[in-house]
Design a protein around this ligand. Structure first.
Ligand SMILES: Nc1ncnc2c1ncn2[C@@H]1O[C@H](COP(=O)(O)OP(=O)(O)OP(=O)(O)O)[C@@H](O)[C@H]1O
Length: 246
């Protein structure tokens, strides 16, 4: 029996008012995989995630494991996908433990309390991102990089089939950047997740298995990640000719 593609995008068109940013985008992720999404600032990477999370109207078809995205009213709430935006903030004091355990929200009815099993999973998720030592701290007092690791731990608990991460290594030092990319690989290889990761961190990509989607290309297509394809993407993005003309 043929396996369903984790994500198929057909003829996707999306943008804002007079400005179309994504034009007739076609790609299909053939199996659970890591997909790095690269491209110039403003080329439409976050816009693609806004369309996939149902927060921006689009033309065309998106299927997640065969299910038409238009038929799912709240894709994140139903566990079809989980999304880590570029910036998230919390406006009230909360311990890291309590914030991470909220990743279990789909397993609980509104206002029901989390159980010891949930907290054990939260602790494990924090260990896996290298942030177990932060568990009792007030999240709002952490550094930007520490907060980012905590969000990743919370995301891991959401247990979706498709993860969308918008620049997850942006504020991290070299050690944690590497560690986060390795963690995302374990989600793919051990848990059969599909991870779409927007990044400008090209130097970490060449040694990873997966795919590359360069949204600055006139007709973006999935390419296999390798030192050669990453170098070609870098040369393209560094060239004056690749810059968008407005
Ligand atoms: N709500 C909006 N209304 C109009 N234009 C918008 C809106 N949101 C974003 N844009 C514009 O759309 C363009 C693409 O934005 P988007 O956030 O998708 O870029 P990006 O590729 O993720 O960039 P970066 O690498 O800088 O994060 C930008 O020029 C942005 O100013």
């Amino acid at each position: 029996m043929a396996t369903l593609s984790p994500l198929e995008v057909e003829n996707l068109v999306a943008g804002y008012e007079q400005r179309v940013l994504l034009r007739n985008l076609f790609f299909a992720v053939p199996e659970p995989a890591f997909v790095a999404i690269v491209g110039h600032n403003g080329c439409g990477k976050t816009t693609l995630f806004r369309a996939l999370t149902g927060r921006l109207p689009y033309e065309g078809t998106v299927r997640i494991t065969g299910r038409d995205l238009r038929t799912v009213r709240r894709p994140a709430e139903t566990g079809l996908l989980a999304y880590l935006p570029q910036r998230s903030s919390v406006g009230f004091p909360i311990t890291v433990r309590e914030l991470v355990v909220m990743g279990r929200f789909r397993h609980h009815r509104f206002l029901s309390t989390y159980k010891s099993d949930d907290y054990a999973l939260a602790e494990e998720a924090l260990e896996r991102v290298g942030a177990a030592h932060l568990i009792d701290q007030d999240f709002t007092l952490l550094s930007g990089g520490e907060q980012q690791l905590v969000w990743l731990a919370q995301l891991a608990l959401q247990d979706a089939s498709l993860y969308l991460l918008d620049e997850p290594t942006q504020q991290l030092d070299v050690y944690y950047r590497r560690r986060v990319f390795d963690l995302l690989q374990t989600w793919v290889q051990e848990q059969r997740k599909t991870v779409l990761c927007i990044t400008h961190d090209l130097e970490n990509l060449s040694s990873l298995p997966g795919y590359l989607l360069n949204l600055s290309q006139p007709q973006p297509q999935l390419e296999t990640l390798s030192p050669t394809t990453v170098q070609a993407a870098r040369s393209f993005l560094e060239s004056e000719e690749s810059l968008p003309r407005h």
